[in-house]
Design a protein around this ligand. Structure first.
Ligand code: AMO
Length: 443
């Protein structure tokens, strides 16, 4: 271990403790983020867990040796005096007395991460170098905010008496249907990676009434789009004893309001660094699927070719409409056609061509799907049969229905999708720490 004087003992603090230690000698640990050499002294910028701290390394306060060994990427323990930054109001810096080098990098950085240039590097290069590029304050801020979204979701649901669950990701059946399912050889037997925790969260409603999970799910998306990942984090909840699927929408509105306030209160530095504009959520407007289609044709003169779902462009139109009409970044669209919803969705008794389900659009992109589920055993079996499914293949799922379950519903909210639109990214990969897509499984 290299040290300049080695004998200094002082309390170790973080940057947030600096104001309480002005004019005192303390110690701080961190990574050397940047060195700015000046005439006769240097600014050593230290990266700690959440801060970038300016330190002055000068012969005036230290013996100023080892300058050539003090390089970007070193892990260091600094000892020095805390002073007010003379040029930046409200900021503090350390006058370094002593540098202890805890580790030295084997090679110089492959890319500049401590200047603005990182904003302009191609996405692929950024992702290839993620273990390093994540060290840049802006990139790591994205995932602090993502942490805040997931924490807010959890905290809010705990406050509403939900139980957190962890369900298996290796399953005997897919829950969402469709072709986007990963098949896996499981000791000679074919199994599937979970497309969602749908079956398990429903099974747990008669157990805990209200459950939620934040966990990875897998979708074998064969195309390369800016909004699909092959593995993403799904924030799911399911609640029993609902009066209607509007209870689910109200719960989501409450969660989103809480999350935005939580981000404002606890993630202000990251929000400022990224210039993120948090949405003001009052009430979220609601429109029925077919009415939305009519708005798209009548008001925006777009010819509709598919009456079963929205094209991405139609979602964008609806996003603009919600902003203009209701000053809302969010829009609930309800009553999706039964044909396009999974077999567990409850059909609308008033018109069974449609379901008691919804999507939530955020700034013109779907971030949530949810709705009421079929709770009656015979009804669920009949819908499976009508779709050519064999109920025997779903025996354990159907046990929930067979032995009684309350009216219930829930939703799935894509963590990367909400992060992407909150931060205004054009590609969902910017909002995934280590994305998995059709071309990428590393790093
Ligand atoms: P759905 O399949 O619509 O619904 O997914 C729910 C939400 O997950 C996100 N999402 C994705 N994010 C990134 N990459 C993908 N490939 C991807 N696919 C989906 C979106 C989407 O709104 N079981 C139901 C939910 C429920 O009804 O509870 C489900 O999984 O944000």
């Amino acid at each position: 271990m290299d040290t300049i004087s080695g004998n200094v003992t002082a309390t170790c603090v973080g940057y947030s403790d600096f104001p309480a230690h002005v004019d005192e000698v303390v110690c701080m640990k961190g990574m050397i983020h940047r060195i700015r050499e000046m005439t006769g002294f240097a600014f050593v910028i230290i990266r700690t867990a959440r801060e970038v701290v300016q330190c002055v390394y000068s012969p005036d306060f230290s013996d100023y040796r080892m300058v050539d060994k003090v390089v970007e990427g070193c892990a260091v323990k600094l000892t020095g005096k805390i002073v007010k930054d003379a040029t930046r109001e409200g900021r503090y810096e350390m006058q370094i007395h002593d540098i202890e080098i805890l580790s030295t990098p084997a090679e110089p950085m492959p890319i500049v991460i401590n200047k603005k240039q990182l904003d302009n590097i191609p996405l692929d290069l950024d992702l290839n170098l993620r273990p390093v590029t994540l060290r840049s304050p802006k990139e790591r801020a994205v995932f602090k905010i993502q942490e805040g979204i997931a924490r807010g979701f959890r905290d809010y649901l705990f406050s509403q008496n939900f139980t957190e669950i962890h369900t298996p990701k290796i399953n005997a059946q897919g829950a969402e249907g469709g072709a986007n399912i990963f098949k896996l050889d499981y000791f000679g037997k074919q199994v599937f990676l979970a497309q969602s925790p749908q079956f398990y969260k429903q099974m747990l409603v008669p157990v805990y009434e209200r459950v939620f999970e934040v966990g990875p799910v897998f979708r074998a998306e064969h195309h390369d789009t800016s909004r699909h990942l092959n593995e993403y984090i799904s924030m799911d909840f399911e609640m029993g004893f609902i009066d209607s699927f509007y209870d689910i929408m109200n719960m989501e509105t409450g969660a989103l309001k809480y999350i935005m306030q939580f981000l404002k209160d606890s993630y202000a530095p990251e929000i400022a660094l990224l210039g993120a504009v948090l949405p003001e959520i009052k009430e979220i407007p609601v429109v029925k699927f077919m009415d939305a289609k009519e708005i798209i044709t009548k008001k925006f003169k777009k010819k509709i070719t598919d009456y079963r779902d929205f094209e991405p462009e139609e979602e964008q139109i609806l996003g603009k409409w919600a902003k203009k009409e209701f000053d809302s970044d969010f829009l609930f669209v309800t009553h999706y056609p039964s044909e396009k919803r999974p077999f567990y969705a409850m059909d609308d008794p008033a018109d069974p061509k449609y379901t008691l389900s919804f999507d939530l659009l955020f700034r013109g992109i779907e971030i949530t799907t949810g709705g009421q589920r079929i709770h009656d055993y015979h009804e669920q079996v009949a819908k499976m049969r009508a779709r050519g499914m064999n109920p025997d293949d779903f025996e354990s799922y159907l046990m929930a229905h067979k032995y009684g379950m309350p009216p219930h519903g829930g939703l799935g909210l894509g963590l990367e999708r909400i992060t992407m639109h909150l931060l205004g990214f054009k590609n969902v990969r910017y909002a995934s720490m280590f994305p998995r897509d059709i071309n990428r499984v590393t790093p």
